[in-house]
Design a protein around this ligand. Structure first.
Ligand SMILES: *[C@@H]1O[C@H](CO)[C@@H](O)[C@H](O)[C@H]1NC(C)=O
Ligand SMILES: *[C@@H]1O[C@H](CO)[C@@H](O)[C@H](O)[C@H]1NC(C)=O
Ligand SMILES: *[C@@H]1O[C@H](CO)[C@@H](O)[C@H](O)[C@H]1NC(C)=O
Ligand SMILES: *[C@@H]1O[C@H](CO)[C@@H](O)[C@H](O)[C@H]1NC(C)=O
Ligand SMILES: *[C@@H]1O[C@H](CO)[C@@H](O)[C@H](O)[C@H]1NC(C)=O
Ligand SMILES: *[C@@H]1O[C@H](CO)[C@@H](O)[C@H](O)[C@H]1NC(C)=O
Length: 847
């Protein structure tokens, strides 16, 4: 592992030095991100196509950037298609051609803006008791910063104990030395008295204005500077102090102007040896109806960073959970926060209460302090000596996490990206607030609303000092489980089971679970009606997706990947049950098409592991590919107790890949919603006749006089709903096992067929080979094919609403977004963004 680290360090260093591309000008030029086979000369390709060769694409192996004067067509892809066409017509021989070396190409498009995740806070009048203790600590640490006393998240004199518990860490001299955090945001005021001494220029860049220093230039470019202050404001006479006040801070500016996927990929890999932690307080719109993830180049960048960054120990990504809770949003609909490579940080307020905005999801790892209950975060602002008491939202929670991880890395620089996540799981502190707290196999408490609890800087740093590093990452993937059944409406579910055997995990060198991801396809006429649960062999339930009242998208989930950290430490052996529900009885119906479970975790034998292949755009296209692993699966109508038959992994050797109905959707496409309105009917040819239809039973299986546990009514519903499901499911399972026992090996699998589509377009770029390779943690999918099109084209419409509610300061973003994203193609793919899926209303339930 160490050796590997060194090797990747060397190769990364070589690449990174070449990574500084000339500034881009999207007004005058087009840019192409192209993955070439290793031996191919990019300059030769440039000459062949009449392009300018700009340089390598950051840290991505064999990826290059080319430039051409602005042009409607896609020069690279058109050339590739033309070559294919001429070969088909026999105008050209099959001999190798230079263009055959193109493994992936993507013309860069301006993408819709991310949303900053700050929320306008309200201030109340502080009262205090512990002021003397706070003053003593300040004296001992020689802190004379004028607003230190207001920084309750560091030392809370108003509600004592409700803070980061960090001062005893500082007293040990652990203040972030030798650690650099990079604030990926709208700039960083490096001339601020509070930041200038810790500013690290080499790790900084402005991807909006294409200049070296990320100076805030727009009137509302304050967000990044405020976040930076939370992490690394110096111990001096300006404002307050950062959580890691001796760490270095760099800034990468991406939120204040047009960028493309390529820029974003470069940004989150910027100087990945010198920037150790990337702080990301932004993401797709938190409007309760968006389902978006990073484009393929960005996924590649994240995987590259965890494999090569920080000398091979892995860059640390910290993402703000999102501010859409009041709109039923859920961080599992955001492909950044639900990536296994990011630490998702949600917010609690100074009273340890859940603030109305902070999103819940099974991908959330931890929470920390931010605005609510009448106060917010006090930090540095843009200006020479300017402070603010108005920083809030999950945007303000994320950087407190970043500062804490900087302390952790000073205490133990050997930690890998996964060790940092382990330490967070093991030391976060659950607190006394009603929520769906559940004991996990590791003995930790997990809540979808609060993750493993709140960060305690002292606890995590102490644990880091003596932490035994985890062995390398391995993974186990189920085959695609084909369910193909309609989803009953009401309080019922349609369940499908995959059993992981001891042997499977042994063969995969898999010791214990860290993350799980579940990629799925559901066709549905109203996405917001859906919710999905996953029950592990240890009986832990992840609410992967939750209903969203405003999510009207007339298709379901398309190759969307959900993630959960709730199964951390489980063995993984036994039955994994996914339950899809459509709780709302209406005309919008749907079909659960298929799913694939991925377990990610620690190796049994660390010497026998390899790195995950860098993801490709076709990773989830293998729905019908035969898998090595025999699978036993069934679909169960939860309430009926009568299992229906098979759903099953792919054993259709002669069926070409990529025939899925969702491809039709994609091909048919969205500029008109009408395309979506035609339901894609699954498999006319032969549905298993034995499949019982979903029988809706009355929802009366829960006797009423149940104890309340002192939690809210909603939480009770949550708890009892789960128990009921488990009970009913077990009954179903019994029946199913009985049936399976009699049924034998499932010879009649061919009972459904998909329409054969003409997807000639589909294999452009020749990337098919990547099909079976690794998938990144997040969402992705066929829709994601063209990276520039991944974003929600409708996002702009709702910006204003949200911003006016939560952050008046961000208004200008909305304007720009609407003005700039009217391209038809963007609209077309935009709404579904990268093939993600959605769902998210758990938050509402839990509020
Ligand atoms: C791009 O080029 C145009 C025309 O030369 C120029 O007006 C504009 O300022 C340039 N933009 C950037 C960001 O360099
Ligand atoms: C906070 O830090 C102190 C040491 O300063 C430690 O004793 C205590 O356990 C920490 N709090 C929690 C909740 O762990
Ligand atoms: C910081 O790094 C330098 C050089 O790598 C090393 O000499 C020094 O001991 C480190 N300081 C701390 C506090 O870890
Ligand atoms: C305390 O900080 C001030 C500046 O804020 C500095 O001048 C002084 O030397 C420091 N004293 C100690 C003991 O560190
Ligand atoms: C980090 O690794 C080095 C080299 O293996 C070792 O000497 C050092 O003690 C480790 N540090 C910690 C805090 O574990
Ligand atoms: C899970 O719950 C079922 C039914 O309640 C029980 O039979 C089984 O033993 C439980 N499994 C574990 C690992 O707790």
């Amino acid at each position: 592992m160490r050796l590997l680290g060194v090797c990747s360090l060397l190769s990364a260093a070589a690449l990174v030095s070449a990574a500084h591309l000339p500034p881009r000008n999207y007004t005058t030029h087009d840019y192409y991100a192209v993955h070439l086979s290793a031996a191919t000369s990019p300059t030769e390709l440039a000459a062949h196509l009449g392009l300018d060769y700009e340089g390598t694409l950051g840290a991505l192996d064999d990826h290059h950037v080319f430039r051409a004067p602005k042009h409607d067509h896609d020069i690279v892809d058109d050339a590739v298609q033309e070559l294919k066409r001429r070969r088909r017509k026999r105008e050209l021989s099959q001999e190798a051609h230079l263009l055959d070396n193109i493994r992936f190409t993507q013309k860069q498009k301006i993408k819709p803006r991310h949303w900053k995740r700050n929320v306008i806070p309200r201030i109340d009048s502080p009262v205090s008791d512990a002021v003397q203790a706070q003053r003593d600590v300040a004296t001992e640490l020689n802190i004379s910063d004028p607003i230190f006393e207001e920084q309750w998240h560091i030392f809370n004199t108003k509600t004592p104990g409700n803070d980061l518990n960090v001062t005893d860490v500082w007293l040990q001299g652990i203040t972030g030395k030798n650690v650099t955090a990079c604030i990926v945001d709208d700039g960083l005021d490096m001339d601020s008295d509070d930041l200038k001494d810790n500013f690290f220029a080499e790790g900084s860049y402005d991807f909006n204005d294409h200049v070296v220093l990320p100076k805030p230039r727009l009137s509302d470019d304050r967000h990044g500077t405020r976040c930076a202050g939370e992490v690394a404001a110096g111990r001096n006479n300006a404002c307050g102090v950062g959580v890691a006040y001796d760490s270095k801070i760099s800034g990468v500016r991406i939120l204040s102007g047009d960028i493309t996927d390529m820029d974003e990929a470069l940004a989150i890999n910027y100087e990945l040896q010198q920037n150790h932690i990337y702080s990301c307080s932004w993401g797709p719109p938190d409007d309760g109806k968006t389902m978006q993830g990073p484009g393929i180049l960005i996924e590649k960048a994240m995987v590259t960073a965890v494999q090569q960054g920080r000398g091979g120990k892995g860059s640390i990504y910290v993402f703000a959970a999102g501010n859409g809770a009041a709109a039923d949003d859920n961080c599992n609909f955001d492909g950044y926060t639900n990536s296994i490579y990011s630490i998702t940080v949600g917010a609690i307020d100074k009273n340890n209460l859940h603030p109305y905005y902070s999103e819940a999801c099974s991908a959330q790892l931890v929470v920390t302090y931010s605005s609510g209950s009448g106060d917010s975060i006090h930090t540095t602002d843009v200006g020479t000596n300017k402070c603010t008491g108005q920083h809030g939202g999950t945007s303000a929670a994320g950087p407190i996490g970043v500062g804490t991880f900087a302390l952790v890395l000073q205490a133990n620089p050997n930690l890998t990206w996964r060790d940092v996540q382990w330490l967070t799981v093991m030391t976060a502190v659950p607190f006394d607030q009603p929520s769906d707290w559940t004991k996990t196999t590791l003995g930790r408490s997990y809540s979808h609303q609060f993750g493993y609890g709140k960060l305690d800087a002292y606890a995590i740093v102490e644990a880091a000092k003596t932490w035994k590093l985890v062995k390398p990452q391995v993974w186990f993937w189920s085959p695609w489980m084909h369910v193909k059944q309609s989803i009953p409406q009401g309080d019922h579910g349609l369940a499908s089971v995959f059993e992981v055997t001891e042997q499977m995990l042994k063969d995969a060198n898999f010791e214990r679970v860290e993350h799980i991801t579940l990629t799925m396809n559901i066709e549905h006429k109203r996405r917001g009606d859906l919710s999905v649960e996953l029950i592990s062999p240890d009986n832990m339930t992840s609410h992967l997706s939750t209903a969203r009242r405003d999510d009207e998208a007339p298709y379901g989930y398309v190759d969307w990947t959900f993630m959960s950290v709730a199964h951390w430490g489980e063995k993984g052996i036994g039955k994994w049950t996914v339950i899809v529900k459509d709780a709302i009885v209406n005309e919008h119906e749907g079909t659960f098409t298929d799913w694939k479970l991925r377990l990610w975790g620690e190796a049994i034998d660390g010497s026998k592991t390899e790195l995950l292949p860098i993801p490709t755009e076709h990773d989830d296209d293998d729905h019908d590919v035969i898998d090595d692993h025999p699978a036993h699966t069934t679909s169960v109508n939860i309430p009926s107790g009568t299992p229906s038959v098979t759903a099953n992994p792919a054993d259709h050797p002669d069926r070409p890949v990529n025939q899925k109905p969702s491809n039709t959707q994609q091909a048919a496409d969205p500029s008109s919603t009408a395309a979506f309105e035609t339901p894609i009917s699954a498999s006319p040819s032969s549905t298993p006749s034995s499949t019982p239809s979903a029988t809706a039973l009355p929802n009366n299986f829960l006797p009423s006089p149940f104890p309340t546990f002192g939690v809210s009514k909603r939480t009770q519903i949550w708890i009892y709903g789960s128990i009921g499901l488990i009970l009913v499911f077990c009954a179903s399972l019994g029946t199913y096992l009985f049936l399976v026992g009699r049924k034998g090996s499932g010879a009649d699998r061919d009972d459904y067929e998909f329409e054969i589509l003409d997807d000639a377009d589909d294999d452009e770029g020749g990337a098919r080979t990547g099909m079976l390779n690794g998938a990144a943690g997040g969402r992705k999918g066929r829709r994601a094919k063209r990276g520039g099109e991944l974003y929600d084209a409708f996002a702009g419409e709702s910006d204003e609403d949200l911003l006016s509610d939560s952050d008046g300061e961000d208004g200008p973003y909305t304007d720009r977004q609407e003005r700039e994203y009217d391209e038809k193609a963007d609209v077309r793919e935009g709404s579904e963004a990268e093939g993600s899926s959605s769902s998210g209303s758990a938050t509402g339930n839990r509020l």
